[in-house]
Design a binder for this molecule. Structure first.
Ligand code: H79
Length: 696
């Protein structure tokens, strides 16, 4: 079948539906008002993810025409891979870099060797960045490497070298494209030079699919397809789904990042539930805690730029990079560390130096990174922990950033019996261990054995038992009717005991071995016990039985809500009282009109909400950018501000009848979205039917 026919078939939704898909959309459901314990949610058992989870460490490479100006334009030196847009370079001028791109020192084997020696297990390179230039020989573009004096397919050479060094070859591909005539939107500043003409986004998407097909058919097995630029308003979830499925159809085992679809909530990078993509992509940031049940990878620059910037000498230290690697691994994520090669094909010397030092550390300490899972502990004052868990024995790797001056390292909350402790950087040094009262003391001696991060390898019996206060699983802390809650501990060896009168639980307090019914206002106090002894602090939750808010509204004449549309440029919700709507519409529910693609806009939805049965209800408001929800003229949910798709939830007790409701929303630029779901506490959340809404 010719390529174009294959793509058309894949685009047809019917053909796609028939294809078996094991991939779950990225994002995890946290079912509790309290943070889940780390061991709470399991990652999928999809074997496709195995190599990637074991790898933990990869190299990102940002390389393209932008390496030629090296970050400098008109005397300003703050640019990099975005230079065409940040310096507002006209297309014809930028095209001039094609003639100048001649990386005579490019040596694929040297690059792959540096990645392998640094302990990295995969390389993700920009096959095409936002500027639209393809670093490979593309049959679908003349704006590619074959138009340069270099005329060598860099992707082909790198793929061969990367595999020769035992690493996985992975492709970055930008959805956003500032060069292709069919891509929309145009940048505001170049609108006069580059009129839209008959540009056609659907046709651009066919081009994108054709290029992605080349990348997944001409270069052997690809580990990851790493998309980017998906936040533009012209990219939508249907394109994202089709692109995800195209990748998996061409290479069933390929892993696809979450930027293929529209679910990424800003730079934090983790998708909401229900979007395509196999892993989340925090950019230049490390999540504060692990994310149960979610695969993720932090990508980060070594200095302050992705593409080569000759003036930027602000490189992170090797120690800092190794602490970041340990931090990320301790939270169950991968680290994708960037290099911005120069236009001649060489790596910056600062990057080479750091890669070598990281490699030296990995040679000794790599087992504390590869194949590890997240720390079973919450926080550790002196560093981080990674783990290899087994039923018979487990290994804890303590990453000690701050070596104890006393020569004794204290680990709080370890309930497991330790079998041995050794220092990876100094195997000859004996490490004594004492354990009592839920604390382990490691006699590690004075003087850290490694200048960056010293690893203590600790063997323990069975799976780790970690003492922490019980977690309360409840949908709400306010109730109208009785609710059921549960308590959990972090291992099966531990018990939770509780009281409902505010008193401290002791060994004779009620054991939480099933659902607990809460029917009245009370204080639940819970504590973890091991072998009959209290071993944790207490968890305390106030439950309040409330009277539902009276139904002060009345049914309006029409079903659905009134939508008023406003235009303007805002960074937060405007004060609607001083604004005149440009349109007033009727809306079945809280949702943007179909084919929504507008920027600099705000909506206000007003009307009445019918509650059938008095009770406590959960509301979930999702928006990109900001929004708020008011019920009975009181602010219930505040999701305001400039951001990607984010959800806030809250609970309110409502009487049967009609309640005044207002939703306000705005979008500045980029992706736009709005939805409101509701349901009884503990029950399923659904979109509100238009018969449960009315307005005058
Ligand atoms: O390739 C590198 C950068 O050039 C590229 N991604 C990395 C890997 C990049 N392009 N833009 N950005 C990074 C920053 C863009 C941030 C924003 Fe947004 C886009 C702000 C608003 C739209 C991200 C998406 C945060 C909210 C939505």
């Amino acid at each position: 079948m010719p390529l174009s026919t294959t793509i058309s078939c894949l685009l047809a939704a019917g053909a796609l539906a028939a294809m078996p898909l094991t991939a779950a959309p990225a994002g995890a459901q946290v079912s509790s008002a309290q943070p889940e314990s780390r061991s709470g949610a399991q990652l999928s058992d999809d074997p496709r993810m195995d190599w990637w989870r074991d790898a933990r460490f990869g190299m990102f490479i940002h390389w393209g025409l932008y390496a030629v100006p090296a970050g400098e334009w008109d005397g300003t030196t703050t640019h990099a891979e975005w230079i065409r847009t940040t310096a507002q370079i006209p297309l014809e001028t930028y095209d001039g870099f094609v003639e100048q791109f001649n990386p005579v020192n490019f040596d694929a084997d040297a690059w792959a060797a540096m990645a392998a020696d640094a302990g990295m297990k995969y390389i993700v390179i920009t096959t095409k960045h936002h500027d639209g230039f393809a670093l490979y020989d593309s049959a679908f573009s003349d704006f590619d490497i074959m138009a340069t004096p270099f005329k060598r397919d860099i992707m082909a050479e790198l793929a061969e070298a990367t595999r020769a060094h035992g690493l996985e070859m992975c492709w970055y591909y930008s959805i956003m494209d500032w060069h292709h005539p069919d891509y929309l939107p145009r940048r505001g500043w170049e609108a006069a030079d580059r009129p839209e003409g008959d540009a056609d986004m659907d046709r651009y998407v066919m081009h994108l699919f054709a290029q992605v097909t080349e990348l997944l058919t001409k270069y052997g097995d690809i580990g990851v397809m790493w998309f980017d630029g998906e936040w533009e308003a012209t990219w939508n979830s249907s394109y994202g789904e089709a692109l995800y499925k195209l990748c998996r159809a061409l290479q069933p085992d390929v892993i696809v990042n979450n930027r293929v679809d529209k679910g990424r909530g800003g730079m934090a990078g983790i998708s909401d539930e229900g979007y395509f993509g196999d892993f989340g992509t925090p950019e230049q940031t490390i999540p504060a805690t692990g994310i149960p049940g979610v695969d993720w990878e932090t990508c980060m620059t070594m200095n302050g730029h992705w593409g080569y910037n000759a003036a930027d000498k602000d490189f992170k230290s090797t120690t800092d990079l190794l602490w970041k690697l340990g931090d990320i691994a301790s939270k169950g994520g991968n680290f994708l560390l960037n290099i911005g090669p120069k236009a001649d094909g060489s790596f910056p010397q600062e990057s080479i130096d750091r890669l070598r030092e990281i490699g030296d550390w990995m040679d000794v300490n790599g087992e504390a990174i590869y194949g590890t899972t997240a720390s079973p502990f919450d926080t550790l004052p002196w560093g981080r922990c990674t783990a290899k868990i087994g039923d018979e024995t487990s290994t804890l790797y303590l990453h000690v950033f701050d070596w104890p001056t006393s020569g004794v390292l204290r680990l709080d909350g370890l309930g497991s019996e330790t079998l041995s402790a050794t220092l990876l950087a100094d195997p000859g040094r004996a490490v004594g261990v004492e354990q009592h009262d839920g604390k382990a003391y490691f006699q590690v001696g004075t003087g850290a054995p490694d200048p960056h991060s010293s690893i203590i390898k600790v063997e323990i019996v069975g799976r780790p038992i970690v003492y922490r206060a019980p977690v309360v699983h409840t949908q709400s802390t306010i109730l109208v009717d009785p609710i059921e809650i549960t308590l959990s501990t972090s291992s099966p060896e531990l018990e939770a005991r509780y009281t409902l009168d505010g008193s401290e639980p002791d060994a004779s307090s009620t054991l939480a071995d099933g659902p607990i019914t809460i029917g009245e206002t009370c204080v639940l106090t819970a504590r973890t016990f091991h072998h009959g002894n209290a071993v944790s602090g207490t968890t305390r939750v106030n439950f309040e039985r409330v009277l539902p808010q009276p139904a002060t509204g009345a049914q309006g004449a029409h079903p659905g809500l009134r939508r008023e549309v406003f235009e303007g440029k805002w960074d937060a919700l405007p004060d609607f009282a001083n604004l005149t709507p440009v349109a007033t519409q009727q809306s079945d529910t809280v949702a943007l009109p179909e084919e929504y693609g507008k920027e600099y806009v705000a909506h206000r939805y007003t009307g009445q909400l019918r509650i059938e049965k008095a009770g406590a209800y959960t509301f979930a408001l999702t928006s990109d950018d900001g929004s708020i929800l008011r019920i009975n003229d009181e602010l219930l949910l505040d999701n305001d501000g400039l951001h990607g798709s984010e959800t806030v939830t809250g609970v309110v007790a409502l009487d049967a009848g009609w309640h005044p409701i207002t939703i306000e929303w705005f979008n500045k630029t980029g992706g736009a979205g709005l939805s409101l779901m509701m349901g009884p506490v503990g029950g399923e959340l659904k979109t509100i039917e238009n018969t449960a809404l009315s307005h005058d």
